[in-house]
Design a protein around this ligand. Structure first.
Ligand code: HSE
Length: 442
C-alpha cells in the first residue's frame, strides 16, 4: 500500500510556490539564474509562480554573477526550516553531516519539502530522512544528487517503475571520466589532468572524493536503493578509485579494444545484490565505452523495458541546477512521491553479494624484471589458482630492468584473482604492486 500522505497532493495552485535556498555556491547560484531567466516558462509548467523568498550563504559580499536583490538574506541557514513563508527548502550546501544535514532534518521535521543535491547525505542518512519525510507527509527530492543534469532519479523512480530492475551500471563521476578521457587523448599524466578538472569546476572540494570513487559510490548507493527497494547502505559498498591507473593501462586497454571507466555496478546475483564501484575495462563501442569527458551515463536492465541508457553532463552549474529546478517544479505542481519510490517502511535491508565470489575476466598489469623464468613463475601462480590466461603481452626489451607485462584472463573467481596477485607481488622479479581490473563485457 502506498503511503497515503503522499497522495494528498495538498497544494494551493493559486499562490506562488515559495522556496528558500541554502547555499549560493556553483549550484545555488545556478538555481537563482534559471529561476530568474525562465520565470515565465517555469510558471506555465508548474501552474504557479516559483518565488525565491530567502537565501543563505556564508559570504554575503561575494559576486556570484546573479542578481540576488529582493531576497531575504538569512544569517543562519537553519532558520529556514521554521519560516512560515517557505514551502520548500533547497539545500545546496553539501556534506553528510553538519549544517546541511541539520537543515534537511529540521526542514522535514517542520513539514517542509526538501530539494537537495547532497548525495553524501542521502547515501549515509537516506533511510532515516526518507522515514522522516514519510512521517511528516512531505517530499525529499534529489534529482541533482546523481549524475548532475541526467534525470536518472525520475527515470528510475517513475519512468521505469513497471520493471523489476536486474542491474544498474553507471559512470557517475564527471571528474574521473574527464581525467581518464584526457589521459587517453593527450598522453598526459594523472596529476596534471586532475588539476585541470579542478580548475574547470567539476571536482569536489576534496579531490579524494572524486578520484577515490567516493562521490560516485554515494550516487550508486542511491540508485541501488531505488532500483532494488533497499535501504541505502554506503558501508556495504566496495570502492576503488582511479589513482593507480597509468598511461600503460590506458594504452593497452585501447590495444585490446577496451576503454577504462570508473564503473558503478549494482546487480542482482543469486538472490543477493552486488554493489561495487571500481575502474573496469569495457568494450570501446559499448554503451559505457562511448561515454567520454565530463559526461555521466546510467545503463539499466529492466525485465520489460530491456536496456535504456541515459547520458548527459554529470557536473557543472547548468546541468546540476537544471535538475534542482526540475524537482522544484514537480513540488510546485503538487507531484508527491516517497524518497526512494516506495514508502520508507517497505525498504528492505539488502542481502549483499560477496564481491570475492563474483566471476569475471580480468586485466592484470605487472611490472617485472626482464629475465628468464619470470613468465613461468607468474603463470605457475595463475595455474595454481585455476586462472586461465586469455592473452599476454610484453613489449620492449630491457634485460635486467623492469618491463610491463599485461595479462588478460578468462572468467575467474574474484577472490582467486586477488590471492594470485598477492603471491605474484611476493616474487623477487615483481617490482610494483600488480594492478588488476575487471573486464565488463557490457
Ligand atoms: N564532482 C562530481 C563529478 C560532480 O565530478 O562528477 C558532483 O557530483
Amino acid at each position: 500500500m502506498p503511503d497515503k500522505k503522499h497522495l494528498r497532493g495538498m497544494c494551493d495552485m493559486s499562490t506562488p510556490f515559495r522556496i528558500g535556498i541554502a547555499g549560493l555556491g556553483t549550484v545555488g547560484a545556478g538555481v537563482v539564474r534559471i529561476i530568474r531567466k525562465n520565470a515565465e516558462l517555469l510558471e506555465k509548467r508548474a501552474g504557479r509562480p516559483i518565488e525565491i523568498v530567502a537565501v543563505a550563504a556564508k559570504d554575503r559580499k561575494r559576486d556570484r554573477g546573479v542578481d540576488l536583490s529582493g531576497f531575504d538574506w538569512v544569517e543562519k541557514a537553519g532558520d529556514m526550516a521554521t519560516r512560515k513563508d517557505i514551502d520548500a527548502v533547497i539545500e545546496v550546501i553539501g556534506g553528510s553531516e553538519g549544517v546541511a544535514a541539520d537543515l534537511v532534518r529540521a526542514s522535514l521535521e517542520n513539514g517542509k519539502h526538501v530539494v537537495t543535491a547532497n548525495k553524501a547525505l542521502l547515501a549515509h542518512h537516506g533511510y532515516e530522512l526518507a522515514q522522516l519525510a514519510d512521517e511528516k507527509g512531505v517530499c525529499l527530492m534529489y534529482e541533482a544528487a546523481v549524475a548532475g543534469g541526467v534525470p536518472i532519479i525520475k527515470a528510475l523512480r517513475e519512468g521505469l517503475a513497471a520493471n523489476e530492475i536486474k542491474s544498474i551500471y553507471g559512470i557517475l563521476n564527471g571528474t574521473c571520466n574527464y581525467i581518464l578521457t584526457t589521459m587517453r587523448q593527450t598522453g598526459r599524466n594523472f596529476d596534471d589532468v586532475l588539476k585541470e578538472a579542478q580548475a574547470a569546476g567539476y571536482a569536489e572540494a576534496d579531490p579524494a572524493f572524486d578520484i577515490d570513487g567516493i562521490d560516485a559510490a554515494h550516487k550508486l548507493c542511491i540508485l541501488a536503493a531505488i532500483g532494488f527497494g533497499v535501504k541505502p547502505d554506503f558501508d556495504a559498498l566496495n570502492i576503488e578509485g582511479i589513482r593507480h591507473i597509468n598511461s600503460t593501462d590506458i594504452a593497452y586497454a585501447t590495444e585490446f579494444g577496451y576503454r577504462i571507466k570508473l564503473l558503478g555496478i549494482a546487480r542482482r546475483e543469486n538472490g543477493k545484490i552486488l554493489q561495487v564501484m571500481e575502474p573496469c575495462l569495457v568494450p570501446i563501442e559499448s554503451p559505457m565505452g562511448i561515454i567520454d569527458d565530463v559526461y555521466n551515463a546510467v545503463y539499466v536492465e529492466g525485465d520489460f523495458v530491456e536496456t535504456p541508457l541515459l547520458t548527459g553532463k554529470g557536473a557543472g552549474q547548468g546541468p546540476t541546477a537544471s535538475s534542482v529546478v526540475a524537482d522544484i517544479i514537480d513540488l510546485a505542481r503538487g507531484h508527491r512521491l516517497p524518497a526512494f519510490g516506495i514508502p520508507a517502511r517497505d525498504l528492505k535491508d539488502a542481502v549483499w553479494a560477496d564481491p570475492g565470489e563474483t566471476m569475471n575476466s580480468y586485466y592484470l598489469r605487472l611490472m617485472v624484471i626482464d629475465k628468464a623464468g619470470v613468465i613461468a613463475d607468474v603463470s605457475a601462480i595463475l595455474r595454481d589458482k585455476n586462472i586461465s590466461i586469455e592473452g599476454l603481452v610484453q613489449r620492449g626489451r630491457a634485460p635486467g630492468q623492469p618491463v610491463p607485462v599485461i595479462i588478460t584472463t578468462h572468467e575467474t573467481r574474484h577472490a582467486d584473482m586477488m590471492e594470485a596477485c598477492d603471491l605474484i607481488e611476493k616474487l623477487d622479479c615483481c617490482v610494483e604492486k600488480p594492478r588488476v581490473m575487471c573486464i565488463e563485457e557490457l
